[in-house]
Design a protein around this ligand. Sequence first.
Ligand code: PHE
Length: 452
Amino acid sequence: MRVERVNFGSKLGIILATAGSAVGLGNVWRFPYMTGENGGAVFIIAYVVCILLLGIPGMVGEFIVGRHSQANAARAYASISSHRWWGFVGLLGIVTSSIILGFYAVVAGWCLHYLGVSIVGGLKGDTEAITAYFQQYSADPVKPAFMGIVFILITHFVIVRGVQRGIEKASKVLMPLLFLLLLVIVAASCSLPGAFQGVEFLFRPDFSKLSSRVFLEALGQAFFSLSLGTACLCTYASYFSRHTNLLRAASQIAFVDCLIAVLAGLMIFPAAFSVGVQPDSGPSLIFITLPNVFQQAFAAMPVVGQVISVMFYALLVFAALTSTISMHEIGTAFFHEELHLQRRHAAWIVTVACCVLSVFCSLSVGGFGGLQVMGMSLMDFCDFLTAQVMLPLGALLTSVLLGWFVRSRVLHDEFTNWGTLRGLWFPVYKFGVRYVVPICILLILMHLFGVI
Ligand code: PHE
């Protein structure tokens, strides 16, 4: 059954929507704290290697599956192969993206709260006061959980009302605005006293910090940030036109995604070193460092500081929303098409499931520290499980499918837009998807599970 789904109006709109899925809290929240915990510059090098070697071929792979099949994730994987079994890869993607939505909404809810607080000018005081504020807020059992639910409900209503055109139009303005604002905050952060140490931390590699853990985390971060391995890209690619150059689109999105992540690093670390916040202070990093930047860098003009802080959190919420929409859309499209439910009913299934998970995740870092799995809070466990196991697994299975079980002709047609592009990179891509991507991911997963 072909059903009406989200529809993006223009070519630019499709690419922007896909970039909107990629650019989000993964870049501005997760990347800086991962970099901080994994030794700075060496992590960035490992991250870029993972993007080039595994990320871009992985993206092209998901694009091929989606555009070839033009269906929801599960059906897309089943229809490009000759065995229905492969539909499970799409299902795995749907489960993965729903788990991500559960914990991602908690952080998005924190951003929403910080937006409200910065509007009323409540983020004031010295570093200790700001740190204590975050700790107190995130440890509250009710407020953050409530905000997470609010965020999922906003996503729900966008999905149901199909205002994707609005989102698409807004993306065209807000994405460049986010970029400009990042530049302003980077400049402000780098102008703080002692900021240079932060720049050094980001760009001067200390190879003694390189370890297998750095590579594991970099791989997870690269996949998380590109929305790879969840079938999100596959679902969006099912709306691509026959003229979209898949390799070019993947490279452009990966480039923008990396650029925003590095800018976010440049925004956080100089300020963190300047105000004496440890770079490895984990998920709270941006919530503690940024209010300091807004206050200190603009001490002479507090109103400007406040306006920039409001704009920043507003744009962060928007960037998070374009990502949560993509996570939600995969499950909604699946239930809508496969269970023949109305779109709004299908959306409620995803919303309710994700709200429940989100509340438990929020409680696990808040009031109920006992909610632990394998020695981690439920929230950290969901992050670990998705970024380091499920996303690489999804990407591994996709590349095995494309490299070994789909006819080369199909790949070539999609890669070259049915012979209208020269396809100079096709042999490289084919080799990558057959050998490089599966072998690298397999080795990394085997290492993770202690097999090697
Ligand atoms: N890539 C998004 C980000 O960086 C997160 C995401 C992961 C979105 C998986 C969709 C699927 O914030």
